[in-house]
Write a protein that binds this ligand. Structure first.
Ligand SMILES: [Zn+2]
Ligand SMILES: [Zn+2]
Length: 175
């Protein structure tokens, strides 16, 4: 999906409403096992020769539940805001607005491929701790059973052995 700076400049505003396939741009990983097409609704406004692109993205993603590892599917709605300018980043930014939010992406071609910026927005919007359910019981640390499905009845130590080791370590390092 492209926007053309010249197009934005001559028209003043360009509206984009499209569905994009990010399969080639957005890497799948352990924390992002699958995703659907990205729905894009953007407006590019000419602002003194730069293109200010704002709008909203939405995408259905699949992530593993951080407690039971079961698949969690949810739809993310992501605000998008990026300003594109043709040229090289100036060494001093005194000539730009001092507004902290004013962050320009400098591009070398007036035809801008938006997909990498869209993919980055999706990456940043992924929840760190996805849960299949707020009340998810997770996996039993002893036998690995999914405790949402059955109560395995394992007895659990009150202190996680790894944390106990850490506690010893801190006790020693105080001396
Ligand atoms: Zn879960
Ligand atoms: Zn168990």
């Amino acid at each position: 999906m492209f926007i053309h700076l010249k197009d934005v400049e001559s028209k003043g505003v360009v509206r984009i409403e499209e569905t994009v396939d990010l399969q080639d741009t957005l890497p799948k990983s352990a924390s992002l096992t699958d995703f659907g097409p990205l729905h894009v609704k953007l407006e590019a406004h000419d602002k003194f020769g730069t293109a200010e692109v704002t709008g909203e993205l939405s995408i259905e993603v699949e992530q593993p539940c951080s407690r039971c590892l079961g698949p969690v599917r949810h739809t993310l709605t992501i605000p998008f805001h990026e300003t594109f300018a043709l040229g090289e980043a100036p060494e001093t930014e005194d000539n730009l607005e001092s507004d902290e939010d004013y962050d320009v992406e400098w591009v070398s071609d007036q035809r801008i491929e938006l997909a990498p910026y869209l993919a980055e927005s999706v990456m940043l919007a992924l929840p760190y701790v996805p849960l299949c359910d707020e009340a998810c019981q997770g996996l039993c640390p002893v036998c690995g059973a999914n405790r949402n499905e059955k109560a395995c009845g394992c007895k659990q130590e009150k202190v996680d052995p790894r944390l106990a080791g850490l506690a010893d370590f801190f006790a020693q390092s105080k001396d």
